[in-house]
Write a protein that binds this ligand. Structure first.
Ligand code: C2E
Ligand code: CA
Ligand code: CA
Ligand code: CA
Length: 275
C-alpha cells in the first residue's frame, strides 16, 4: 500500500509538472508570438440562405507557432485573457483583418469576436473606432460578436459601449445564443443588431429531435424582437434545407467551407468578381 501511495504521489507530481511546463511554454510562446506577429486571421464565409449570396466573413484567430504549429483559438485565447494580453492580441488581428477586408467588395461585411475581458476596458469603443479610422475601414461594414457571458458583469458599461459603437454604424451581434443566460429583458434593452444561434442547436436539425423546436422558438423570438438571425455550424444539405424552410436567415459553417487564410479568400473573391 505504501508503494502504491508513493507511485500515486509520483504520478500526480509528474502530471502537474507537465501541466505547468506546458502552460509556461504556452505563455512564453504567446509573448514571442505577439512580438513576431505569429497570430493570423482566418476567415469563414457567411451566406444569405434565401439568395445563396456570400454576404461577409467571420474572422477567426489562428496562431502559427514555430514550436507548436497551427494552434486553435480555444487553446490560446483563454491563456491570453489570463495573461492580460488579449487586447494586444486582438488589436494585432484587427489591423490585419481591416487591411484584408478593405480589399474585398464593399458589399461584404467583416465580423470579429470580442472577449468579455476586452469589454471590461472602458475605452474599448474609443480604441476600436480609432483603429477603424487608422485603417480607413468603414464602421458600417464591421460587426462585432459578443457572447452572453459579457452580459453578466457591468451591464451599464456594456450598454454604453454598444450605444457608442452603434452610433458610428458598427453592428453588434449576440454570439452563441442559447448557451448562456441572457434574459429577454436584456435583449430588448441592449439593442443588438443580430442573434447568432449556437452550433449545438443547429447540428441537431438533421434529425426530428426536440432541438428543431428550440431553433424554431429562437427564430420566432428573434423575429418578435425584430432581430435578424444567423445560424452557425451549418454542416450539410440536410441542415440547410431545414433552415431554408424557416426562411430569412444567414448561415455559416463547413458546408460553405472551413475558415481559410486571407490569400485563399482573395482567390475566392477574385473568381466571383468581388475583389
Ligand atoms: P465561435 O465564434 O463560435 O466560432 C465558430 C467556431 O466553430 C470556429 O472555431 C469555427 O471554425 C467552427 N465552425 C464553423 N463552422 C463549423 C461547422 O460547420 N462545424 C463545426 N463542427 N465547427 C464549425 P474556431 O475557429 O476554432 O474558434 C473557436 C472559438 O474561438 C470561436 O467560437 C470564438 O469564440 C473564439 N475565437 C476565435 N477567434 C477569436 C478572436 O479573434 N477573439 C476572441 N476573443 N475569440 C476568438
Ligand atoms: Ca463568433
Ligand atoms: Ca458562435
Ligand atoms: Ca459557438
Amino acid at each position: 500500500a505504501k508503494k502504491q501511495g508513493r507511485n500515486c504521489h509520483f504520478w500526480f507530481d509528474a502530471s502537474m509538472e507537465n501541466e505547468i511546463r506546458f502552460r509556461n511554454q504556452l505563455e512564453t510562446g504567446i509573448r514571442r508570438g505577439l512580438l513576431q506577429r505569429e497570430f493570423v486571421p482566418y476567415y469563414e464565409q457567411q451566406v444569405d440562405i434565401d439568395s445563396g449570396e456570400l454576404v461577409g466573413f467571420e474572422m477567426l484567430a489562428r496562431w502559427q507557432s514555430e514550436q507548436l504549429g497551427l494552434v486553435s483559438p480555444e487553446i490560446f485565447i483563454p491563456v491570453a485573457e489570463e495573461m492580460g494580453v488579449i487586447t494586444q492580441l486582438s488589436e494585432q488581428l484587427m489591423e490585419q483583418a481591416f487591411a484584408d477586408a478593405r480589399e474585398w467588395d464593399e458589399s461584404l461585411s467583416l465580423s470579429i469576436n470580442i472577449s468579455p475581458v476586452q469589454l471590461r476596458d472602458p475605452w474599448f469603443a474609443q480604441r476600436l473606432l480609432k483603429k477603424l479610422i487608422a485603417a480607413n475601414f468603414p464602421p458600417a461594414r464591421l460587426e462585432i460578436e459578443i457572447t452572453e457571458s459579457c452580459l453578466h458583469e457591468n451591464i451599464g458599461l456594456v450598454r454604453s459601449m454598444i450605444t457608442s459603437l452603434r452610433n458610428q454604424g458598427v453592428q453588434i451581434s449576440l454570439d452563441d445564443f442559447g448557451t448562456g443566460y441572457s434574459s429577454l429583458e436584456q435583449l430588448r434593452h441592449l439593442q443588438f443588431d443580430r442573434i447568432k444561434i449556437d452550433r449545438s442547436f443547429i447540428s441537431e436539425l438533421r434529425e426530428p429531435t426536440g432541438r428543431a423546436r428550440i431553433v424554431e422558438a429562437i427564430i420566432a423570438m428573434g423575429r418578435g424582437l425584430d432581430l435578424p438571425l444567423t445560424a452557425e455550424g451549418v454542416e450539410d444539405q440536410e441542415i440547410l434545407a431545414a433552415l431554408r424552410a424557416m426562411g430569412r436567415l444567414k448561415a455559416q459553417g463547413y458546408l460553405y467551407g472551413k475558415p481559410e487564410p486571407a490569400e485563399k479568400v482573395r482567390q475566392r473573391l477574385a473568381a466571383q468578381g468581388k475583389l
